[in-house]
Ligand binder design. Sequence first.
Ligand code: FCB
Length: 471
Amino acid sequence: MANDASVVSDTLSPAVSKGSLADLFTPPADSTLWRKNFLLGAATASYQIEGAVNEGGRLPSIWDTFSATPGKVLAGDNGAVACDHYHRWEADVEMLVSLGLEGYRLSIAWPRVMDAAGVPNRKGLDFYKRLLNRLKEKGITTFATLYHWDLPQHLEDRGGWLNRETAYRFADYADLMSRELAGTVDAWATLNEPWCSAYLGYGNGHHAPGLADHRFATQAMHHLLLAHGLAVPVLRANDPASQKGIVANIGRGTPNSDSAADQRAAHLFEVQHNAWILDPLLKGSYPQDLFELWPGTEPLVLDGDMQTISAPLDFLGINYYFRTNVASDGAHGFRDVPLEGVERTQMGWEVYPDGLRDLLTGFKKTYHNLPPIYITENGMASDDQVTDGHVEDTQRISFLKRHLAAVDQAIKAGVDIRGYFLWSLMDNFEWAFGYERRFGVVHVDYSTQKRTIKRSAELVAKFLKERKARA
Ligand code: FCB
């Protein structure tokens, strides 16, 4: 199909070139973001953009099942068509290139590339080969995530992440993908946001597969992290030149008062959000405070598991969105106390860039072996409309500027951060919120699949162009 995106031209739209919005975005002269080796890219995920769920031999995933279950996804939306990226990938790559983005983080759909017996599906593999080859031809740095939540349904039917066997199947899948795609991927991420897979999927049921028991969540987490740990040496053996890492979403928890109980509540919030994942990866143990918060939920851990899980990483991907203000729940936990009068996004999430800086500088103190970091997702949803062919996403422009400033501050405080990926390249299927929440820097009209570059993307493109032109 023709690329119907209104591709950024040399002459930016008048409102942008006049300066006001550009000033809102452009990093100050002393920002480390002007350094050319700081990678700036955009991210997507397979189920959120590909569509074509029944094509090319793709098998059902837990998100097909979950979104077909009444009441689970807003407006009954599902990923059957999404952004139709499976068919429009060439134009989408052109769009990425036209924006001057230097990196692209995508994910591979496990149910597209292997059947239940582990037999490779050539058609699915070819799709990713073509896509990654094209990205390499265009000089884009590629980050491939192996698991961005679309577990094959046949594995869920056998217990999913509650079944230790799934971790071994994941290592087989990582083996296949790294043999097939070696040379086209610059960085492999095993998992995207194990917190969401384990907690939202098995702990509170907001995501597929929709189970709700803290005991399930901790066991699922253990098997997810084990899957990661088993996959890392396989990726190293098959594709030694690439970087290997994992992507964690991190949450800032702040206490509602100075009371010791509220301080403890904020600490426990961050333990379950951050240390639950980062401690096993970087210290080789689960934080004991987690089991104060959720008593009796210790997972079954076999000898050697923690060593497998804590194998050294080449990078840590960090996804950050908002903070949560909490108070003690009067027992051994915390409760959310939403702050009044703060800036929020379409998701209701508070805009709080300092949280990103504070978490990153905190991790540097806590984890002596903290690997180099990429911000693998950051962005916001707004109810964007196309007017006269343009989308004025002013809040996003300001959001991105402030979060990039937080990254710059963390770098200046000594954290090794090497890049930043916007979430997301384009509007897409936002999980339980369906298509209503628009996170893209490119607008998608789902009735026509027309892509329209938003002002935010124009300004990122303008910045990248200026950066490139500098001596
Ligand atoms: C993250 C997910 C990503 C997207 C953003 C908004 O938790 O990794 O797929 O949904 O949130």
